[in-house]
Write a protein that binds this ligand. Structure first.
Ligand code: DGL
Length: 269
């Protein structure tokens, strides 16, 4: 299905940080994005619920012509990969393994911090991925459940003093850990990057999933012979399960363009 679309999904706006990079690295590809704003955040939900929501998103995207899927969500990648792979046989790109590898390569002292949603941290997926590369690596994990609601609340919160106060409270966990690299293990967190940077300081390297996931998507499409042949600019379709009015300003701010093709949908049973 060479002419199919790249399907990208997340619990909400976070996956747009990955989508932006995919558009940059694969400008000719047609892309369909789904953000489940109605049910965000996923991070405090059970594995069964995350699996159910993930399978519903997969169904929605594959029914609309997805030839490959990018799970632009750490929470889904950490909790629902097995369930997704049981039901779907198409190229699927998750965010954990490549992001962990990137962080491992960036870290000099192999002392790495991970922040993510509760479900991602409790799955230990980053810890497992890092330890599988090197058993001697030290991993310090901290869930930051208030970050996703702050990011979803609107652009004005991303650099607000409240957000920095919340970050300060969470990051005291890393005092005396000597981490030199911090994985932003949630695709919403790059939106709060300035607040995170100000709080954690300039000595810690921040690693997120966007660039490396887009690169991995390109490699995967090439390998599967699914790269679009035509050189015409790709078409972008965006769907949200919540209101378009709420989604649009954040979507435009993240992608840095006016997105005209934003639609409302319902993926629940
Ligand atoms: N953007 C998600 C992630 O990467 C989601 C979070 C959530 O809905 O809690 O984990």
């Amino acid at each position: 299905m060479i002419n199919g679309k790249i399907g990208v999904f997340d619990s909400g706006i976070g996956g747009l940080t990955v989508l932006k990079e995919i558009i940059k690295q694969l400008p000719n590809e047609d892309i369909i994005y789904f953000g489940d704003g109605k049910r965000t955040p996923y991070g405090g939900k059970s594995k069964q619920t995350i699996e159910l929501f993930a399978l519903q998103s997969m169904k929605f995207l594959t029914q609309r012509g997805a030839k490959a899927i990018v799970i632009a969500c750490n929470t889904v990648s950490s909790n629902a990969m097995d369930a997704i792979k049981q039901h779907y046989d198409l190229p699927i790109i998750e965010v954990i393994s490549t992001t962990a590898e990137l962080a491992y390569n960036k870290s000099e002292n192999k002392n790495i911090g991970v922040i993510g949603t509760k479900a991602t941290i409790e799955s230990h997926s980053y810890e497992k991925a890092l330890k599988s590369m090197d058993t001697k690596v030290t991993v310090h994990q901290k869930s930051c459940p208030l970050f996703v609601p702050l990011a979803e609340e609107g652009v004005e919160w991303w650099e607000d003093e409240i957000t920095k106060m919340v970050a300060k409270r969470y990051f005291s966990f890393f005092d005396n850990t000597d981490i030199d690299t911090l994985i932003l293990g949630c695709t919403h967190y790059p939106l709060l990057k300035n607040s995170i940077r100000q709080t954690i300081g300039n000595d810690v390297c921040l690693v997120d999933s966007a660039y490396i996931t887009a690169k991995q998507t390109k490699i995967m499409l090439e390998k599967s012979g699914l790269l679009k042949k035509s050189s015409s600019k790709g078409i972008l379709e965006i769907y949200t399960s919540d209101s378009i009015e709420r989604f649009m300003p954040m979507c435009n701010a993240i992608l840095g363009m006016d997105c005209l093709n934003i639609n409302k949908c319902d993926v629940g049973e």
